[in-house]
Design a binder for this molecule. Structure first.
Ligand SMILES: [Mn+2]
Length: 421
């Protein structure tokens, strides 16, 4: 039964919260814009960082934002952990020359000595040292390289990355509360002379003058939609093209499950409406993002359904993927996106858990819940994070059997303690 109780009080409360959140983030956005104009207009480079395993929101926000900043006259690049997923190739087509996946073999290490942070971008054969004077943040003390041996391509990659980091005046993390979800690029972001964060995840991280956090935003793309008019005012021209609108609508659609999750608010719909007015094609996008799946994904759904087990009297649904399932099905990473949500859709299920054995033998755990159990909080206790209704974490060096046993016992106990009826 659908419970259509009178939600007047809750609605008023949420609307008031959104209103005050918007005022707070607008103040931060203005600080960010001021900083961009003060530091990044001439030779500086703005470097945008999506989180690892970037999803539709991270990619849509990074590419949309990069195009907006470029239109406003800034030099900008997106440093990504991995190449763009096939499903989002229409986004990368818009960002030719702006999107740079850091080659997998490159690591950046940092040493602190006498106020100098030394970054080492290295592969197994080569180490390049990039010295940055933190005392005078805008100035590079020296750059030297210790080159042992490397292929031409790798040497070019290192030199490219080197020049990006040397010119970086502002680093911007989107859809991630800072460095902790940036993987190998953590140091590159942390040592940007100025760091912006635009994010909608609840996080413990200390707020600062350039950290815009709005947990009432369905997606970071929704936040970028609010950023644009402030920048347009200073730039003195309109900046949103149909392409940019498509990027930003992508994140709103994917993070709200096309306007169906509890994070969908009146402001979300207004933001989406603004993108439609700017030329985003909603039917093409939803058809591509939601109504099309690879044969491999259908095979994975079959495996997931076969292995599905219920616990806690049907309130907990659990399934898993083994390491060789991907090869067997010919699947790629994105083929599992959202599958854990499908388990949650079974009538009576409050929490769903999907385990996946990774290439490195770790256990990736994804959780979804009805709004009666906070999986974000649970994931945090396991070293991960997320939202109330969608979260995840990784158990390192744990076998599938062990992980299944521990997590189902733990979650069953917690669900039973809640005494949901
Ligand atoms: Mn997001």
């Amino acid at each position: 039964m659908i419970d259509l109780h009178n939600p007047t009080a809750a609605t008023a409360e949420l609307e008031a919260q959104i209103k005050s959140d918007l005022v707070a983030t607008e103040a931060i956005f203005k600080e960010q814009i001021k900083c961009l104009y003060e530091t990044a207009l001439d030779d500086g480079l703005v470097v945008i960082y999506p989180h690892v395993r970037a999803d539709g929101d991270a990619l849509g926000a990074c590419i949309g934002f990069a195009l907006i900043l470029k239109a406003a006259g800034f030099d900008v690049i997106i440093l990504s952990e991995e190449p763009i997923a096939e499903k989002f190739s229409y986004l990368s087509d818009m960002a030719v020359g702006l999107f740079y996946p850091v080659p997998e073999s490159i690591q950046v290490q940092v040493d602190h000595q006498n106020g100098i942070s030394e970054q080492y971008a290295s592969t197994s054969e080569t180490t390049w040292k990039i010295s940055v004077a933190t005392a005078n943040e805008s100035e590079l003390a020296s750059t030297e390289e210790t080159k042992v041996d490397s292929s031409q391509a790798m040497s070019e990659s290192l030199s490219h990355l080197n020049s990006i980091l040397k010119r970086q005046v502002v680093g911007i993390a989107l859809d991630s509360p800072g460095a902790d979800r940036l993987g190998r690029r953590e140091n590159m972001f942390e040592y940007a002379p100025r760091r912006f964060i635009i994010d909608h995840h609840p996080a413990e991280r200390q707020l600062d003058q350039y950290y815009a956090k709005r947990t009432t935003a369905s997606a970071v793309c929704e936040m970028i939609v609010d950023f644009v008019p402030l920048l347009e005012k200073i730039a003195g021209k309109s900046l949103v093209t149909p392409e940019i609108a498509t990027c930003l609508l992508t994140g709103i659609l994917t993070d709200t499950g096309r306007f169906s999750y509890t994070n969908t608010t009146s402001h979300t719909l207004e933001s989406a409406a603004a993108m439609l007015r700017a030329g985003a094609q909603i039917r093409e996008l939803t058809a591509h993002l939601f109504d099309t799946m690879s044969p491999a994904r259908m095979q994975l759904i079959g495996l997931m359904a076969q292995r599905l087990t219920y616990y806690a009297g049907g309130k907990l649904a659990v399934s898993y993927f083994e390491q060789n399932d991907f090869d067997t099905c010919g699947a790629v990473e994105t083929d599992t996106d959202g599958l854990v949500g499908m388990l949650r859709e079974v009538a009576g299920v409050d929490v769903s858990l999907l385990l996946q054995v990774t290439d490195t033998g770790d256990l990736r755990c994804s959780l979804r819940s009805s709004d009666r159990f906070n999986v974000g909080q649970y994931a945090e206790t396991m070293g991960g994070g997320g939202h109330r209704a969608a979260a995840g974490f990784t158990l390192f060096e744990m076998s599938l059997e062990q992980g299944l046993r521990q997590l189902t016992e733990h979650l069953t106990q917690q669900l039973e303690e809640l005494r949901l009826d």
